[in-house]
Design a binder for this molecule. Structure first.
Ligand SMILES: Nc1nc2c(c(=O)[nH]1)N[C@H]1C(S)=C(S)[C@@H](COP(=O)(O)OP(=O)(O)OC[C@H]3O[C@@H](n4cnc5c(=O)[nH]c(N)nc54)[C@H](O)[C@@H]3O)O[C@H]1N2
Ligand SMILES: Nc1nc2c(c(=O)[nH]1)N[C@H]1C(S)=C(S)[C@@H](COP(=O)(O)OP(=O)(O)OC[C@H]3O[C@@H](n4cnc5c(=O)[nH]c(N)nc54)[C@H](O)[C@@H]3O)O[C@H]1N2
Ligand SMILES: [Mo]
Length: 762
């Protein structure tokens, strides 16, 4: 298993000074280096020139929207790495599979598996080797096993890179079979945001558009590391900062790019860069709910003062309503109880549970009150905790208080991960589909779509573990490495009758096959698909096209929508659905979508306009009709008690600068000053001293849970500026420590930013 394949030597690791500024020349240099390492200079450079252009393909790196006016190079260092991975000229050919059994392949690291290159042929498992198989035979095998398994024992997993067209076809196949078992990477990602937003404002999506960033006075960036994970967002933040907007970062780590950023394509930036976040709150892991409640308390206290004061009129004239009473009265519910709840909460509790002083909270609270238009952005630092949904609801409360939703320059901005994770949901990849969607789908294709709730990621893991899954189908992704409790997931996959992976490259999931296994190689975003372009939806609900420019890595590759069409035909024949035609011309898939999914009317014409089109967004229009009572809802919650048993640390698992989720680009985390090693644990110096640890000491990490201990061996201690009692490691290496049943309340997202561990010396 990956956690033991790579035992670090102390000498391997280089700790460097933290860079003072992110981006700049080093970013350009690393772009070139990655292209070269993947032997993809010509293919890669050609691809980079078309990336995120109106007539090019969508960067598979992240879901940050493209501005209307685009630079020639609308990409970032990490987007370039994603392309280098895909455009590599290395090939994972049938000869490589013949040379290495799955047991031998398991000995390779995730980095080495990726560097075997692009898979060139459909493969089937025979004994312990994958051998080539024809597409036809592969489809017959898949269809036969899916039929044998039946709807309840079939699981269709999706990773968020899948295009709208592929996602729509994929869910159609599954629903025709009769299942809603559509776990997706969202379950581990922004599910908490979706749940919190749906319950409070009635839509699971954010309410801002990219232009709002030109009008905001204050932008919160909470639990997010854009310098690494959404580098193009830095261009947006840089412009806002230069214009004088205040940016407040809330994070246990002082991520370099949040503080200073030099745009590699703006030469003057190379002398020093632009300060991004003028205010930084070093929150303790999980302390956000208490902190946000503190900000709300400042607003409500000041509002009460203003109302009491004889001078009320002048104060209010200066500041506007402190609480936007017109907005609150017209558009929200439950304000009275919320106000009482927050005003009654003692400051001592708020400061203890956030780890931030009252003075600092008041300072940020005043900045909030002084701002006319406020945006709140967040990502995994908020979503992967037990109380994640309540925390995001508190972000909503804070914005509702001052009418910061549905107004220019203001709103909620959950920053999505995968480049089309939002679109996949829009297309019906969801284990709890809405009845309206199912009705429309059934009407379009003349069948009764299943209504029984399906499995999410954790339910699918548990079902596999108990031998209740016949077929596990992975549309992209790396299920094994992304999910908690790695050995248990591996055992579960191996209990199935058939595992199917549609993929560009080999990953560890494919090495823990069911009794039988198929690998179906697909075209990447950057490659030419004869059936036409595909479409994606970005973080701000803009639908636009994506069209590859490179020759496919092998003539045997098929587009993902076409693979779904081939499977549909093998399973159901062509009587009701024209599978062949759909697989050969994606315009025809879009015609179906235009009749099933609201907002996609006239899809084919509108998506051909230069910047695509924006989906309607009820939140932005202050139309809260999907919430009970038709009003946005204030919600009440208690900040969690974060006290730990003696000797324990709270661990967050994050991404290094050199990875894309489970794809490992390299072993450096330049912005955090670590080179040559990923098995590190970042700790506060005082926590090290308390345990008698020294820099670079090799230790084991032990997590404790009601069902026993989990151990991750051989991690190097690195002293770091992190709150006391907190520590930080990289995912996926520490997924072995995340218990499968440690989940966020209501969203069931694994709590991978809040794992209680102790350090064991060796
Ligand atoms: N290059 C690259 N780009 C990517 C990805 C990638 O792996 N590589 N992954 C993509 C995907 S799928 C996603 S979801 C996004 C992920 O984007 P991010 O959410 O930025 O990813 P993480 O590395 O998980 O970082 C989480 C941040 O939250 C902070 N944090 C942890 N716990 C807390 C907390 O309790 N409170 C607060 N306030 N902060 C906390 C961490 O210090 C860290 O800065 O990026 C997407 N883009
Ligand atoms: N401990 C911990 N665990 C986490 C997280 C965390 O922060 N901490 N983050 C969670 C989050 S936010 C997410 S989104 C999940 C990610 O979970 P996944 O989406 O399952 O994982 P990825 O690593 O993004 O998937 C990468 C694989 O996708 C395949 N692939 C790449 N390009 C293509 C393509 O064009 N088509 C197809 N069909 N396949 C392709 C390749 O096989 C590659 O190996 O992980 C989650 N797990
Ligand atoms: Mo994600």
């Amino acid at each position: 298993m990956s956690d033991t394949t790579h035992e670090p030597e102390r000498a391997d690791i280089h700790l460097t000074e933290l860079p003072k500024v992110a981006g700049g020349l080093p970013a350009l240099f690393h772009t070139a280096e990655k292209l070269e390492e993947n032997h993809s200079v010509v293919r890669g450079t050609r691809a980079l020139l078309s990336m995120n252009q109106q007539a090019g393909f969508d960067c598979p790196g992240c879901a940050w929207p493209e501005p209307k006016k685009r630079d020639t190079f609308e990409f970032c260092e990490n987007g370039a790495k994603a392309i280098a991975e895909e455009a590599t000229s290395l090939r994972c050919s049938p000869e490589k599979f013949a040379a290495l059994s799955i047991d031998e392949l398991r000995l390779l690291s995730d980095f080495e598996l990726g560097h075997l290159g692009r898979i060139t042929h459909p493969m089937v498992l025979e004994g312990r080797h994958y051998r080539p198989i024809t597409w036809d035979a592969a489809m017959q095998l898949a269809a036969a096993e899916l039929k044998k398994a039946g709807p309840e024992r079939s699981v269709y997993y999706t990773s968020g890179r899948t295009s709208n067209e592929a996602a729509f076809m994929y869910q159609l196949v599954g629903r025709l079979q009769g299942t809603n078992n559509f776990p997706d990477c969202s379950n581990m990602c922004h599910e908490s945001s979706g749940v919190a937003l749906s319950e409070t404002i009635g839509t699971g999506k954010g309410t801002v558009s990219i232009e709002d960033f030109d009008h905001a006075d204050l932008i919160f960036v909470i639990g997010q590391n854009p310098g690494t994970n959404h580098p193009r967002m830095l261009t947006t933040l840089r412009a806002a900062a230069k214009r004088g907007a205040m940016i407040v970062a809330i994070n246990p780590l002082k991520e370099v790019a949040l503080t200073k950023f030099a745009h590699p394509q703006h030469p003057l930036d190379l002398f020093g860069g632009v300060t991004i976040a003028k205010q930084f709150i070093q929150i303790q892991i999980g302390g956000d709910l208490a902190f946000l409640l503190g900000l709300a308390k400042v607003v409500l206290e000041r509002d009460s003062e203003a109302q009491r004061s004889h001078d009320a009129t002048t104060v209010q004239q200066k500041l506007g309503d402190i609480v936007d009473s017109r907005f609150v009265g017209e558009y929200t519910d439950n304000f009275g109880p919320y106000r009482e709840h927050v005003l009654g909460m003692p400051w001592a509790l708020i400061t203890e549970r956030s780890g931030v002083s009252e003075a600092r909270i008041r300072e940020i609270g005043e900045l909030y009150i002084a701002s006319k238009a406020v945006i709140a952005c967040w990502a995994m630092g908020l979503t992967q905790h037990k109380h994640a949904v309540a925390t995001i609801e508190e972000v909503v409360n804070l914005l509702l208080l001052r009418g910061n939703i549905g107004r220019q320059g203001a709103g909620l901005c959950p920053v999505r991960g995968h480049s089309n994770v939002q679109g996949d949901r829009t297309m019906g990849i969801y284990h709890l589909p809405r009845p309206q969607f199912l009705d429309a789908l059934g009407a379009e294709f003349g069948f009764k779509a299943p209504t029984l709730p399906g499995q999410d990621v954790i339910e699918a893991c548990e079902a596999m573990e108990h031998g209740k899954v016949g077929v596990f189908f992975g549309m992209g992704g790396n299920f094994l490495q992304a999910t908690p409790d790695t050995p248990r997931t591996a055992a579960g996959l191996e209990r199935t009758d058939l595992t199917i992976g549609v993929t560009t490259k080999l990953n560890r999931t494919h090495l823990y096959p069911g009794k039988r296994a198929l690998i179906l190689p697909c075209l990447g975003r950057s490659e030419i698909d004869p059936a036409g372009f595909v479409t994606v939806e970005d973080s701000m609900s803009i639908i636009h096209r994506s069209e590859g420019v490179l020759q496919p890595a092998s003539p045997e590759l098929r587009g993902e929508p076409q693979i779904c069409a081939m499977l549909g035909k093998a399973m159901f024949g062509s009587a009701t659905v024209a599978w062949d035609a759909l697989g050969a011309n994606y315009d025809l898939i879009r015609e179906h979508i235009s009749r099933v999914v609201p907002g996609f009317e006239d899809f084919n014409a509108r998506v051909r306009t230069p910047n695509g089109f924006q989906l309607p967004n009820a939140g932005r229009d202050r139309s809260f009709t999907e919430v009970k009572g038709h009003r946005a809802k204030f919600t009440l919650s208690e900040p969690p008690d974060l006290a730990l048993p003696p000797g324990r640390l709270r661990m967050m698992t994050v991404r290094s600068h050199d990875q894309y989720n489970t794809t490992i680009y390299g072993f450096d985390d330049r912005y955090r000053g670590v080179r040559g090693e990923r098995r590190v644990v970042f700790m506060h110096a005082a926590d090290m001293v308390e345990r008698g640890l020294v820099e670079r000491q090799v230790v084991d990490l032990v997590s404790e849970w009601h069902d026993g201990e989990r151990v991750a061996e051989a991690f190097i201690v690195v002293p770091y500026d992190i709150p006391r009692g907190n520590c930080c490691t990289y995912f996926p290496e520490t997924n072995v420590l995340v218990p499968m049943d440690s989940l966020a309340e209501r969203s069931r997202t694994p709590t991978s930013k809040s794992v209680i561990i102790r350090i064991r010396t060796r």
